[in-house]
Design a protein around this ligand. Structure first.
Ligand code: NAD
Length: 377
């Protein structure tokens, strides 16, 4: 697995696509499993644990690649790895398809089938396979922990004979999967939490977690049929930034989690707004590695801007690699289990199925997803 950009975790993918438990369940179904030596170590799983449930550990992945029907990765395989795979084999992973056109086209040209976990539909049936959500939930937790770690104060109120410390003010912008988990985590730590999202429907969810919703009137916003935010007009973007300014200036911690599916994330905090924050306050830009919600954040790094710590580390779920692996391995197991053909002991590629119709993005020499075909024009 190759990571995307330089990152504070030394460019080593910490997660693994299988746990001994998920591997055991796959072996029981009749699958033959090969695992790269040491792949589970960062998640606390030794090679021995995998071997005990019937997995073959291999030192050199490249040697085995020409034999496999399916390569399950966390990220995307390298060109060298793809070149070694046999025609018709399936590649599964976070393939980042909107931003990896050459890779996806080369997968299609080689006659491989690509399953992009980002494209798994947001349906009830597919929830158990939804890796974007499982990793985003962990990201929400990790971002609060990292912010708390950098804040020169504490999150809860503390009343002692030596004085009273007021609870920290935390503002979360974007209340999707990651944002809601960040709200819950900050609340558990005792902070006062305010949140905003362009999808007004989430106000109730924010409040049910004990957060306050910042009401801003920026006109018609709404969401797509898959529940993703629609992009704002320039006028709406300006209104949002203006209306958030006081809340940002007044916060000890601001966490931005806004994404637009398949597009660059929106800029939410301009340099001038950041300059209004108190020295010592902390901003976490969840989107730093994919374009940035915060002007001045640095992808894969933590920087100080006028005394404000701006965390753009990215790779959030890898900071809790065991939890991330446990969830991702379950997502992958559930995907394979759903489509496993018990007679042939192989993955059944039924492209009529709505889940596979969404996440199989290259097959039989073609890019098979309309959204991507449009984006690649
Ligand atoms: P996401 O990662 O695409 O975006 C994160 C959040 O940022 C979203 O809530 C979005 O509305 C918000 N956002 C975008 N632009 C913004 C802006 N300018 N200012 C403030 N916020 C902005 O979204 P997500 O977390 O993947 O979730 C999107 C929706 O999909 C949620 O409603 C979630 O509950 C839903 N969902 C459904 C399923 C399912 O049904 N199986 C699974 C996962 C998520």
């Amino acid at each position: 697995n190759e990571s995307k950009a330089p990152d504070p975790l030394n460019n080593v993918e910490k997660r693994c696509a299988a746990t001994p438990s998920s591997a055991q369940r796959l072996v029981k179904k009749g699958a033959t499993l090969l695992l790269e030596a040491g792949a589970g170590l960062h998640s606390g799983y030794s090679d021995k644990e995998y071997e005990e449930v019937g997995v073959t550990i291999i030192d050199d992945v490249n040697v085995a690649l020409s034999t496999v029907d399916m390569l399950v990765a966390v990220n995307k395989p390298s060109d060298t790895q793809l070149a070694l795979m046999k025609k018709g084999a399936i590649v599964v992973g976070h393939l980042d398809p909107f931003f990896q056109q050459p890779l996806i086209e080369s997968i299609a040209e080689k006659g491989l089938t690509a399953i992009s976990v980002e494209m798994i539909p947001r349906s009830s049936r597919a929830q158990k396979m939804d890796a974007l959500s499982s990793q985003a939930s962990l990201a929400g937790y990790v971002m609060v922990m990292q912010a708390a770690n950098k804040l020169p104060s504490i999150l809860p109120m503390m009343m002692t004979p030596s004085g009273t410390i007021k609870p920290a003010k935390v503002f979360i912008i974007g209340a999707g999967v990651a944002g809601l988990q960040a709200i819950a985590t900050a609340k558990r730590l005792g902070a006062n939490v305010l949140a905003y999202d362009t999808r007004a429907v989430v106000a109730e969810q924010v409040e049910s977690l004990g957060g306050k919703f910042l009401n801003i009137d920026i006109g018609e916003t709404g969401q797509t049929k898959d529940g993703y935010a629609k992009e704002l007009t320039d006028e709406q973007k300006a209104k949002q930034q203006e209306a958030q300014r006081d809340a940002i200036a007044d916060s000890d911690i601001v966490i931005t989690t806004a994404q637009l599916f398949g597009r660059k994330p929106p800029v939410l905090i301009a340099k001038e707004t950041l300059a209004l924050m108190k020295p010592g306050s902390v901003v976490v830009d969840m989107a730093a590695t994919s374009g940035g919600n915060v002007e001045g954040s640095v992808a894969g790094d933590t920087v100080e801007i006028n005394g404000v710590t701006v965390i753009g580390n990215g790779y959030w779920s890898q900071y809790v690699a065991k939890a991330a692996t446990d969830m991702y391995a379950n997502n992958i197991y559930n995907l394979i289990d759903e489509f496993f053909d018990d007679e042939t002991k192989t993955f059944g590629l039924n492209l009529e199925d709505d889940i596979l119709a969404g996440c199989v993005i290259a097959h039989d020499g073609n890019i098979t997803n309309d959204m991507l075909n449009n984006a690649y024009k």
